[in-house]
Ligand binder design. Structure first.
Ligand SMILES: Nc1ncnc2c1ncn2[C@@H]1O[C@H](COP(=O)(O)OP(=O)(O)O)[C@@H](O)[C@H]1O
Ligand SMILES: [Mg+2]
Length: 313
């Protein structure tokens, strides 16, 4: 439904989005999770056509954001991070204005407004001036606005930020309901948000994709910590008994055999970097070392960020 390829955007010297690629599949509710400043808003603004990329492509339902922006805007409903509303307007008046801007008139316009008032449970608030509504209700007006042209895709930028706990639950329920009908991409900087609403998660950090998968998969991956990759020419029956007998190797797994070489992942004691010990062992044993590198647990760091910020969110 949405295809993002090699997307890059810098603001003067700040590289906000750094060659990211991902897909949003039809019908899914995708969580776009990352700490503040990760590049979420920038990415969403490019997908919706409000901001031009420096490099890369975005297609929505096969339409290119740069060359076919109208087709893209017809298919996307967007709730921006700051939910800009005309506070002095009444809810119905505002939706009327938004509908006309979308080219709706007459009975089609009235039907569209009634439909979104119903969808967002605003039926008893349509006469109110937006200014007098609570933040939670204003967020519903923002959602109603995003839904007015009945788009198949919804992009929501931190839709519950600044709401109180009751309002958060209500908006999350509403998003889950909308997710049954629509493809939804939702950005957030708090972990419980994706737990509550989404089926798949993409984690963005410093403008790059750090990981993607279900939340369970990611939590599992984040808890694993750092791992050393080792590739040797020598066969397992020669190598593995030696690895087994080293007290400083906590565990190892053979993960691949390729072109007559074998690859393992290994873990040392917590906090100890075993790369140099491994190098010396390989020399001592006369093994043909092809590769030795450490995979850092950046995911763990990202998760720490996302969970501690919950307290201040
Ligand atoms: N209009 C702007 N001018 C300059 N820098 C910006 C602007 N908007 C965002 N940035 C910077 O780009 C990076 C990504 O920001 P943003 O996309 O808003 O991240 P997020 O939505 O994940 O918090 C941050 O370092 C931010 O300070
Ligand atoms: Mg943002």
């Amino acid at each position: 439904m949405i295809e993002v390829r090699d997307l890059t955007k810098a603001y003067s010297t700040t590289l906000a989005v750094d060659h990211i690629s991902f897909t949003v599949r039809k019908g899914e509710v995708l969580g776009f999770l990352g700490p503040n400043g990760a590049g979420k808003t920038t990415t969403l603004r490019i997908i919706t056509g409000y901001l031009l990329p420096d490099e890369g492509t975005v297609t929505v339902d096969g339409y290119d954001v740069l060359s076919q922006p109208l087709q893209v805007k017809q298919r996307i409903g967007y709730l921006p991070e700051d939910n800009p509303l005309y506070l002095e307007m009444k809810v119905r008046e505002y939706l009327d204005f938004v509908a006309e801007a979308r080219g709706l008139t007459g009975a089609r316009k009235r039907d569209a407004i009634d439909r979104v008032l119903h969808l967002t449970n605003l039926e008893d608030k349509y006469r109110k001036t937006i200014e007098t509504l609570s933040k939670g209700y204003r967020q519903r007006v923002g959602l109603a606005q995003a839904l007015i042209h009945d788009p198949p895709i919804l992009l929501l930028d931190e839709p519950t930020s600044g709401l109180d706990p009751t309002q958060i639950v209500e908006i999350r329920n509403l998003i889950r309901e909308l997710g049954r009908e629509k493809t939804v991409m939702l950005s957030t900087h708090i972990l419980p948000e994706v737990q509550a609403t989404t089926s798949r998660v993409i984690i963005i950090n410093r403008g790059r994709i750090a990981a993607s998968g279900t939340l369970d998969e990611l939590l599992q991956k984040a808890s694993e910590g750092e791992v050393i990759h080792l590739e040797l020419r020598n066969p397992p029956q020669e190598v593995e008994p030696v690895l087994q007998s080293q007290p400083w190797i906590e565990s190892f797994h053979r993960i691949a055999e390729e072109d007559g070489a074998y690859r393992w992942t290994l873990r040392g004691p917590e906090g100890k970097d075993i790369r140099e010990d491994l190098y010396r062992l390989a020399v001592e044993q006369g093994w043909t070392l092809r590769e030795l590198w450490r995979e850092r647990a950046t995911l763990e760091e990202v998760f720490l960020n996302l969970t501690t910020e919950e307290a201040t969110a």
